[in-house]
Ligand binder design. Structure first.
Ligand SMILES: NC(=O)c1ccc[n+]([C@@H]2O[C@H](COP(=O)([O-])OP(=O)(O)OC[C@H]3O[C@@H](n4cnc5c(N)ncnc54)[C@H](OP(=O)(O)O)[C@@H]3O)[C@@H](O)[C@H]2O)c1
Length: 283
Protein backbone atom coordinates (compact mmCIF):
# COMPACT_ATOMS: atom_id res chain seq x y z
CA UNK A 1 0.00 0.00 0.00
CA UNK A 2 1.43 3.38 -1.04
CA UNK A 3 0.42 6.48 0.92
CA UNK A 4 0.89 10.12 -0.06
CA UNK A 5 0.85 13.10 2.29
CA UNK A 6 0.53 16.63 0.92
CA UNK A 7 1.93 19.63 2.78
CA UNK A 8 4.59 17.29 4.15
CA UNK A 9 6.95 20.13 5.09
CA UNK A 10 4.31 21.78 7.29
CA UNK A 11 3.47 21.10 10.91
CA UNK A 12 0.50 18.86 10.19
CA UNK A 13 1.94 16.98 7.22
CA UNK A 14 5.25 16.27 8.94
CA UNK A 15 3.40 15.00 12.03
CA UNK A 16 1.32 12.77 9.75
CA UNK A 17 4.48 11.28 8.22
CA UNK A 18 5.82 10.68 11.75
CA UNK A 19 2.61 8.90 12.75
CA UNK A 20 2.64 6.73 9.60
CA UNK A 21 6.21 5.66 10.31
CA UNK A 22 5.24 5.17 13.97
CA UNK A 23 2.53 2.77 12.86
CA UNK A 24 5.16 0.65 11.13
CA UNK A 25 4.63 1.83 7.54
CA UNK A 26 7.89 1.52 5.64
CA UNK A 27 9.18 5.03 4.77
CA UNK A 28 9.61 3.96 1.14
CA UNK A 29 5.83 3.38 0.98
CA UNK A 30 5.23 7.00 1.99
CA UNK A 31 5.24 9.66 -0.71
CA UNK A 32 5.75 13.13 0.72
CA UNK A 33 4.55 15.93 -1.56
CA UNK A 34 6.57 19.09 -1.08
CA UNK A 35 7.14 22.20 -3.13
CA UNK A 36 10.62 22.71 -1.73
CA UNK A 37 13.25 19.97 -2.03
CA UNK A 38 15.34 21.84 0.51
CA UNK A 39 12.59 21.79 3.14
CA UNK A 40 11.91 18.11 2.44
CA UNK A 41 15.56 17.07 2.72
CA UNK A 42 15.07 15.64 6.23
CA UNK A 43 12.21 13.45 5.02
CA UNK A 44 14.37 12.14 2.16
CA UNK A 45 17.13 11.28 4.62
CA UNK A 46 14.63 9.14 6.53
CA UNK A 47 13.89 7.13 3.38
CA UNK A 48 10.58 8.80 2.53
CA UNK A 49 9.79 9.05 -1.21
CA UNK A 50 9.85 12.84 -1.64
CA UNK A 51 8.18 14.18 -4.79
CA UNK A 52 8.17 17.84 -5.72
CA UNK A 53 4.73 19.22 -6.52
CA UNK A 54 2.94 22.53 -6.19
CA UNK A 55 -0.83 22.70 -5.67
CA UNK A 56 -0.94 25.19 -8.54
CA UNK A 57 0.90 22.91 -10.99
CA UNK A 58 -1.35 20.11 -12.24
CA UNK A 59 1.39 18.26 -14.14
CA UNK A 60 3.56 18.07 -11.02
CA UNK A 61 0.59 16.70 -9.05
CA UNK A 62 -0.11 14.01 -11.66
CA UNK A 63 3.52 12.89 -11.53
CA UNK A 64 3.63 13.01 -7.75
CA UNK A 65 0.54 10.84 -7.28
CA UNK A 66 1.54 8.17 -9.81
CA UNK A 67 1.34 4.73 -8.17
CA UNK A 68 -0.19 6.06 -4.95
CA UNK A 69 -3.15 4.20 -3.36
CA UNK A 70 -4.23 6.55 -0.59
CA UNK A 71 -3.79 10.32 -0.19
CA UNK A 72 -3.98 12.59 2.83
CA UNK A 73 -4.80 16.01 1.35
CA UNK A 74 -3.71 18.49 4.00
CA UNK A 75 -5.50 21.76 3.25
CA UNK A 76 -3.23 24.47 1.86
CA UNK A 77 -2.14 27.64 3.58
CA UNK A 78 -2.72 30.17 0.81
CA UNK A 79 -6.15 31.47 1.81
CA UNK A 80 -8.20 32.52 -1.21
CA UNK A 81 -6.39 30.15 -3.60
CA UNK A 82 -7.17 26.96 -1.76
CA UNK A 83 -10.29 25.74 -3.50
CA UNK A 84 -8.56 25.74 -6.87
CA UNK A 85 -5.44 24.17 -5.38
CA UNK A 86 -7.39 21.43 -3.59
CA UNK A 87 -9.41 20.78 -6.76
CA UNK A 88 -6.14 20.26 -8.63
CA UNK A 89 -5.10 17.58 -6.12
CA UNK A 90 -8.51 15.89 -6.27
CA UNK A 91 -8.47 15.84 -10.09
CA UNK A 92 -4.92 14.47 -10.15
CA UNK A 93 -5.91 11.78 -7.64
CA UNK A 94 -8.82 10.80 -9.81
CA UNK A 95 -6.68 10.65 -12.96
CA UNK A 96 -3.99 8.52 -11.33
CA UNK A 97 -6.47 6.05 -9.82
CA UNK A 98 -6.10 6.91 -6.13
CA UNK A 99 -8.43 4.62 -4.18
CA UNK A 100 -9.01 6.68 -1.02
CA UNK A 101 -8.50 10.36 -0.24
CA UNK A 102 -8.73 11.92 3.23
CA UNK A 103 -9.19 15.70 3.37
CA UNK A 104 -8.50 17.94 6.39
CA UNK A 105 -11.42 20.36 6.63
CA UNK A 106 -12.77 22.67 9.34
CA UNK A 107 -15.40 22.30 12.07
CA UNK A 108 -18.92 22.30 10.59
CA UNK A 109 -17.49 23.58 7.30
CA UNK A 110 -20.85 23.22 5.57
CA UNK A 111 -22.70 25.64 7.86
CA UNK A 112 -19.98 27.55 9.71
CA UNK A 113 -19.77 31.35 9.66
CA UNK A 114 -16.02 31.07 10.30
CA UNK A 115 -14.48 33.15 7.48
CA UNK A 116 -12.16 30.23 6.65
CA UNK A 117 -15.05 27.79 6.13
CA UNK A 118 -16.17 28.54 2.52
CA UNK A 119 -13.05 27.12 0.81
CA UNK A 120 -13.35 23.98 2.93
CA UNK A 121 -17.03 23.61 2.10
CA UNK A 122 -16.32 23.94 -1.61
CA UNK A 123 -13.52 21.37 -1.36
CA UNK A 124 -15.75 18.93 0.50
CA UNK A 125 -18.36 19.26 -2.26
CA UNK A 126 -15.78 18.78 -5.03
CA UNK A 127 -14.43 15.69 -3.29
CA UNK A 128 -17.89 14.17 -2.95
CA UNK A 129 -18.62 14.89 -6.62
CA UNK A 130 -15.28 13.42 -7.77
CA UNK A 131 -16.38 9.83 -7.24
CA UNK A 132 -13.17 8.99 -5.32
CA UNK A 133 -13.64 7.10 -2.06
CA UNK A 134 -13.12 9.73 0.57
CA UNK A 135 -13.24 10.65 4.24
CA UNK A 136 -13.34 14.18 5.62
CA UNK A 137 -11.68 15.02 8.92
CA UNK A 138 -12.95 18.40 10.06
CA UNK A 139 -10.29 19.72 12.42
CA UNK A 140 -11.27 22.18 15.11
CA UNK A 141 -8.68 24.86 16.04
CA UNK A 142 -5.17 23.78 16.84
CA UNK A 143 -4.37 24.82 20.42
CA UNK A 144 -1.09 26.01 18.88
CA UNK A 145 -3.07 28.93 17.37
CA UNK A 146 -3.15 30.47 20.86
CA UNK A 147 0.45 29.89 21.87
CA UNK A 148 1.57 33.44 21.04
CA UNK A 149 -1.47 34.93 22.85
CA UNK A 150 -0.78 32.74 25.88
CA UNK A 151 2.91 33.66 25.96
CA UNK A 152 1.99 37.34 25.66
CA UNK A 153 -0.56 36.93 28.46
CA UNK A 154 2.05 35.22 30.63
CA UNK A 155 4.22 38.35 30.29
CA UNK A 156 1.48 40.97 30.69
CA UNK A 157 -1.14 39.21 32.84
CA UNK A 158 -3.85 39.96 30.27
CA UNK A 159 -5.54 37.73 27.71
CA UNK A 160 -7.74 40.03 25.65
CA UNK A 161 -9.86 38.72 22.77
CA UNK A 162 -13.20 39.52 21.17
CA UNK A 163 -14.42 35.98 21.69
CA UNK A 164 -16.77 36.93 24.58
CA UNK A 165 -17.83 33.69 26.28
CA UNK A 166 -17.47 31.64 23.10
CA UNK A 167 -15.93 28.20 23.52
CA UNK A 168 -13.23 26.49 21.46
CA UNK A 169 -13.00 22.71 21.26
CA UNK A 170 -9.32 22.70 20.31
CA UNK A 171 -6.83 19.86 20.37
CA UNK A 172 -3.13 19.57 19.60
CA UNK A 173 -2.13 19.57 15.94
CA UNK A 174 -0.28 16.28 16.42
CA UNK A 175 -3.47 14.71 17.78
CA UNK A 176 -5.43 15.69 14.68
CA UNK A 177 -2.58 14.37 12.51
CA UNK A 178 -2.55 11.05 14.37
CA UNK A 179 -6.32 10.74 13.96
CA UNK A 180 -6.12 11.58 10.25
CA UNK A 181 -3.46 8.89 9.78
CA UNK A 182 -5.70 6.38 11.54
CA UNK A 183 -8.49 7.25 9.11
CA UNK A 184 -6.08 7.04 6.15
CA UNK A 185 -4.73 3.62 7.06
CA UNK A 186 -8.05 2.18 8.30
CA UNK A 187 -10.99 0.65 6.48
CA UNK A 188 -13.91 2.00 8.49
CA UNK A 189 -14.40 5.61 7.49
CA UNK A 190 -15.24 5.66 3.80
CA UNK A 191 -17.79 8.32 2.94
CA UNK A 192 -17.72 9.69 6.48
CA UNK A 193 -17.32 13.24 7.71
CA UNK A 194 -15.73 13.30 11.15
CA UNK A 195 -15.75 16.27 13.52
CA UNK A 196 -12.40 16.20 15.33
CA UNK A 197 -12.30 18.28 18.47
CA UNK A 198 -11.20 18.28 22.07
CA UNK A 199 -13.25 19.28 25.09
CA UNK A 200 -14.63 22.83 24.66
CA UNK A 201 -13.05 25.53 26.84
CA UNK A 202 -13.77 29.20 27.43
CA UNK A 203 -11.15 31.97 27.35
CA UNK A 204 -11.49 32.16 31.14
CA UNK A 205 -10.45 28.49 31.19
CA UNK A 206 -7.55 29.26 28.85
CA UNK A 207 -6.37 32.10 31.12
CA UNK A 208 -6.59 29.85 34.20
CA UNK A 209 -4.74 26.97 32.54
CA UNK A 210 -2.08 29.32 31.17
CA UNK A 211 -1.64 30.86 34.63
CA UNK A 212 -1.07 27.44 36.16
CA UNK A 213 1.42 26.43 33.45
CA UNK A 214 3.38 29.72 33.35
CA UNK A 215 3.06 30.49 37.08
CA UNK A 216 1.73 34.03 36.58
CA UNK A 217 -1.62 35.66 37.31
CA UNK A 218 -3.54 35.94 34.01
CA UNK A 219 -6.96 37.51 33.60
CA UNK A 220 -9.19 37.09 30.60
CA UNK A 221 -10.48 40.49 29.45
CA UNK A 222 -13.23 40.32 26.85
CA UNK A 223 -12.93 43.26 24.45
CA UNK A 224 -15.06 44.48 21.57
CA UNK A 225 -14.17 43.73 17.97
CA UNK A 226 -12.98 47.32 17.47
CA UNK A 227 -10.76 47.11 20.56
CA UNK A 228 -9.33 43.76 19.46
CA UNK A 229 -8.53 45.12 16.02
CA UNK A 230 -6.90 48.23 17.47
CA UNK A 231 -4.79 46.04 19.77
CA UNK A 232 -3.62 43.92 16.85
CA UNK A 233 -2.77 47.04 14.81
CA UNK A 234 -0.84 48.44 17.79
CA UNK A 235 1.09 45.19 17.96
CA UNK A 236 2.22 45.79 14.36
CA UNK A 237 -0.26 43.66 12.41
CA UNK A 238 -1.37 44.94 9.01
CA UNK A 239 -4.94 46.18 8.51
CA UNK A 240 -6.14 43.16 6.50
CA UNK A 241 -4.82 40.57 8.95
CA UNK A 242 -6.08 42.48 11.99
CA UNK A 243 -9.55 42.65 10.46
CA UNK A 244 -9.43 38.97 9.60
CA UNK A 245 -8.38 37.85 13.11
CA UNK A 246 -11.10 40.05 14.57
CA UNK A 247 -13.70 38.36 12.35
CA UNK A 248 -12.41 35.00 13.53
CA UNK A 249 -12.81 36.09 17.18
CA UNK A 250 -16.34 37.29 16.52
CA UNK A 251 -17.29 34.02 14.85
CA UNK A 252 -15.95 32.16 17.88
CA UNK A 253 -18.05 34.41 20.14
CA UNK A 254 -21.07 33.21 18.17
CA UNK A 255 -20.10 29.56 18.70
CA UNK A 256 -18.40 28.56 15.43
CA UNK A 257 -15.85 26.32 17.18
CA UNK A 258 -18.04 25.17 20.07
CA UNK A 259 -18.79 21.55 19.36
CA UNK A 260 -19.05 18.38 21.42
CA UNK A 261 -17.91 15.32 19.50
CA UNK A 262 -16.25 12.04 20.48
CA UNK A 263 -14.80 11.44 16.99
CA UNK A 264 -11.25 12.48 17.93
CA UNK A 265 -11.28 10.41 21.11
CA UNK A 266 -12.51 7.35 19.20
CA UNK A 267 -9.89 7.73 16.48
CA UNK A 268 -7.06 8.17 19.00
CA UNK A 269 -8.30 5.43 21.32
CA UNK A 270 -7.80 7.82 24.24
CA UNK A 271 -9.01 11.21 25.46
CA UNK A 272 -7.26 14.11 23.71
CA UNK A 273 -4.92 15.97 26.08
CA UNK A 274 -6.78 18.12 28.60
CA UNK A 275 -6.22 21.91 28.20
CA UNK A 276 -3.60 22.42 30.94
CA UNK A 277 -1.70 19.27 29.94
CA UNK A 278 -1.78 20.35 26.30
CA UNK A 279 -0.44 23.82 27.17
CA UNK A 280 2.33 22.17 29.19
CA UNK A 281 3.23 20.04 26.17
CA UNK A 282 3.58 23.20 24.05
CA UNK A 283 5.57 25.23 26.59
N1 LIG B 1 -7.47 24.07 12.40
C1 LIG B 1 -6.56 24.98 12.66
O1 LIG B 1 -6.49 25.54 13.75
C2 LIG B 1 -5.56 25.33 11.62
C3 LIG B 1 -4.53 26.22 11.92
C4 LIG B 1 -3.59 26.53 10.92
C5 LIG B 1 -3.71 25.94 9.67
N2 LIG B 1 -4.74 25.10 9.40
C6 LIG B 1 -4.91 24.44 8.10
O2 LIG B 1 -4.25 23.18 8.19
C7 LIG B 1 -3.21 23.12 7.20
C8 LIG B 1 -2.01 22.38 7.79
O3 LIG B 1 -1.59 23.09 8.94
P1 LIG B 1 -0.05 23.28 9.22
O4 LIG B 1 0.05 23.76 10.60
O5 LIG B 1 0.70 22.09 8.77
O6 LIG B 1 0.28 24.48 8.20
P2 LIG B 1 1.73 24.87 7.67
O7 LIG B 1 2.76 24.46 8.68
O8 LIG B 1 1.65 26.28 7.23
O9 LIG B 1 1.94 23.91 6.40
C9 LIG B 1 1.31 24.16 5.18
C10 LIG B 1 1.90 23.18 4.18
O10 LIG B 1 1.27 23.39 2.92
C11 LIG B 1 2.31 23.53 1.94
N3 LIG B 1 1.83 24.37 0.84
C12 LIG B 1 1.29 25.60 0.92
N4 LIG B 1 1.01 26.06 -0.32
C13 LIG B 1 1.41 25.09 -1.18
C14 LIG B 1 1.41 24.97 -2.59
N5 LIG B 1 0.96 25.96 -3.37
N6 LIG B 1 1.87 23.82 -3.13
C15 LIG B 1 2.34 22.83 -2.36
N7 LIG B 1 2.39 22.87 -1.02
C16 LIG B 1 1.93 24.00 -0.45
C17 LIG B 1 3.43 24.20 2.68
O11 LIG B 1 4.64 24.10 1.96
P3 LIG B 1 5.91 25.02 2.36
O12 LIG B 1 6.53 24.35 3.57
O13 LIG B 1 6.79 24.97 1.16
O14 LIG B 1 5.40 26.40 2.67
C18 LIG B 1 3.41 23.38 3.95
O15 LIG B 1 4.01 22.13 3.75
C19 LIG B 1 -2.94 24.58 6.83
O16 LIG B 1 -2.39 24.65 5.54
C20 LIG B 1 -4.31 25.18 6.92
O17 LIG B 1 -5.10 24.88 5.78
C21 LIG B 1 -5.65 24.77 10.34
Amino acid sequence: MKYAITGSTGGFGSAAVDHLIGKGIDPSDITALARSAEKAAGLKTRGVDVRIADYGDRVSLLEALEGVDRVLLVSGSEVGKRFEQHSNVIEAAKSTGVKFLVYTSLTRADISENPLAPEHKQTEEALKESGINYAIVRNNWYLENYLADVQYAARTGVLATATADGRVASALRSEYAEAAVNVLTGEDHRGKTLELSGKPWTFNDLAASAASVYGNQINYTPVSGDERKAGLLDAGMDEGSAGFYTLLDESIARGSLDIESTDLKELLGREPAELTEALKALK
